[in-house]
Design a protein around this ligand. Structure first.
Ligand SMILES: Nc1ncnc2c1ncn2[C@@H]1O[C@H](COP(=O)(O)OP(=O)(O)OP(=O)(O)O)[C@@H](O)[C@H]1O
Ligand SMILES: [Mg+2]
Length: 259
């Protein structure tokens, strides 16, 4: 059974795209899973990183992601980067989505992506959806197409309050839309080990979020920034350490889904 997963938060720059990209990479390469990564963000950060990582993709799509959305058929919009990793690649034209959805009724509008995934989702073990940092058609569609949502919590004050708001929003949306996605948990992205702010936020988060908090954390690492600039590599010790850090968190996510 395919698992559809949105890794998100309304706060910008907290590591959403990086986590989506590294999870997709690890699932496809290390775990031999069939993965579809959906870049549902016109900024197209995750598309850029994957394109740099796999510059010689296997199959180019006939239509762009946005053209596929307009035709209500995504089958012609899939880029095959490796035998295991497919992607719906974003570009800036995706900013037209809210206007395009204007003619649809409320529920058609927010379940739009979920309907379009139906014919293709069974080709995959995992579908991951990257979103912009906004309460928007992109995020609503991603969440309502998902089985699971992960929130990324970066340890800075505004990011923490955004995460609480994001979780409250998920609860409202789940009740009001009669949908059956669940919060898989909150991954902490620790900016500075032993930093005072980090510590305070970790304490607050433990009190308020309890078991929702992932046991394994992500730490700030220079190598991750380099992945962002030049694609993911798995050559030297620093690459392997960073990949291992993300793989531990991914393994915990898989365990949580199985529970
Ligand atoms: N573990 C990490 N260590 C160091 N830098 C990181 C790490 N994770 C992410 N970054 C860097 O932080 C910046 C923001 O990350 P990313 O693009 O993943 O965030 P985002 O939440 O998707 O942002 P946006 O809200 O704009 O979509 C990027 O420059 C990225 O390389
Ligand atoms: Mg992003």
């Amino acid at each position: 059974m395919v698992k559809v997963l949105t890794i998100s938060n309304f706060k910008g720059g907290v590591g959403k795209s990086t986590t989506n990209v590294l999870f997709s990479y690890l699932l496809a390469t290390n775990k031999n899973k069939k993965v579809l990564l959906i870049d549902f963000d016109p900024q197209s950060n995750s598309s850029e990183i994957i394109a740099k990582t796999f510059p010689n993709h296997i199959v180019e799509p006939k239509l762009s992601f946005f053209e596929g959305l307009k035709k209500t058929d995504l089958t012609q919009s899939i880029t095959k980067f490796t035998g295991n990793l497919d992607m719906l690649v974003a570009d800036w034209k995706l900013v037209g989505l809210p206007d395009m959805l204007e003619d649809y009724k409320r529920d058609e509008r927010r379940f739009f992506l979920r309907e379009l995934l139906k014919p293709i989702k069974d080709n995959y073990d995992y579908i991951l959806i990257d979103t912009p940092p906004t309460l928007s058609d992109y995020t609503n569609n991603a969440i309502l197409a998902s089985d699971w949502v992960i929130a990324v919590l970066q340890t800075q004050e505004q990011a923490y309050s955004s995460t609480l708001k994001f979780i409250a929003y998920l609860q409202d949306l789940a009740e009001e839309s009669n949908s059956n996605f669940d919060l898989l948990g909150v991954i902490q992205y620790l900016v500075k080990i032993n930093g005072k702010v980090d510590e305070e936020i970790i304490n607050d988060a433990q009190k308020n979020l309890g078991v929702a908090l992932f046991h394994y954390n992500i730490f700030q690492r220079e190598r991750v920034k380099r992945f962002g600039r030049s694609g993911i590599t798995n050559n030297d010790l620093w690459d392997k350490r960073v990949l291992y850090m993300y793989e531990q968190v991914l393994d915990e996510a898989i365990l949580r889904m199985e529970d």
